[in-house]
Write a protein that binds this ligand. Structure first.
Ligand SMILES: [Zn+2]
Length: 217
């Protein structure tokens, strides 16, 4: 099973990737985690990546791809993997295809988590954080017992600027502009399967499972 999960922020692909990787006994590879682990381990590529991060720069694609090459060559990736949120651009998809070819592998499918914009806004703008102890709540999925008040310390809950509707709309716009061509790229190669990312979590999981396994069969 070798698949990539794509979807906008708030689409829930991380949760599904984690659960399905466990079910399928394959590697769950999120690039953010991979970077943090490589930096913490102090590997040569980790040190190279840290140089960029210390300057506040993005880690270049070629560093990420080489890091993925190392990671996918390890024993725990032998049964396969789920890439979580990667690639994000056609250049990355192209580099990934070359890397997998070098490893003698191919992607079975690319699962796109399709979630409507109103639902994404509801999920992403609902977070409230305590000013005193920083505990996070969600007005819909994890509400505090009393509105606006922290369950843990009684502090005031507020909405971070990052979670404001204007900021979230901007992030979603950036994602759509960047990813729309990538979806076409994978569609042209017959790899793209869209799954509805709304509704009960078990139903979404069933949809993703069918999509990925149907494509792999
Ligand atoms: Zn608190």
């Amino acid at each position: 099973m070798r698949v990539a999960f794509l979807g906008p922020p708030g689409a829930g692909k991380g949760t599904q990737a984690r659960d399905l990787a466990q079910e399928w006994r394959v590697l769950h590879l999120a690039t953010g985690d991979m970077l943090r682990e490589a930096v913490a381990a102090g590997s040569p590529l980790g040190r190279e990546a840290k140089g960029y991060m210390d300057q506040g720069a993005l880690v270049p694609d070629d560093v990420i791809i080489r890091m993925m090459g190392e990671r996918l060559g390890k024993a725990d990736a032998a049964r396969g993997f789920i890439l979580d949120g990667f690639p994000r651009t056609i250049a990355q998809a192209d580099a990934l295809a070359k890397l997998l070819k070098d490893l003698g592998q191919t992607l079975d499918s690319v699962v796109y988590f399709d979630v409507s914009e109103p639902e994404l806004l509801r999920r992403l703008t609902g977070r409230r954080v305590c000013r005193a102890c920083q505990t996070a709540f969600h007005v819909v999925s994890a509400p505090p017992k009393a509105p606006g008040v922290c369950d843990r310390c009684g502090g005031e809950l507020y909405q971070r600027e990052d979670d404001s509707e204007a900021t979230v709309r901007h992030r979603l716009g950036v994602y759509n502009r960047q990813t729309a061509p990538l979806l076409d790229w994978y569609r042209d190669r017959g790899l793209l399967v869209a799954v509805r990312g709304e509704g009960p979590i078990a139903d979404i999981r069933r949809g993703v499972r069918d999509a990925a396994q149907g494509a792999a069969a």
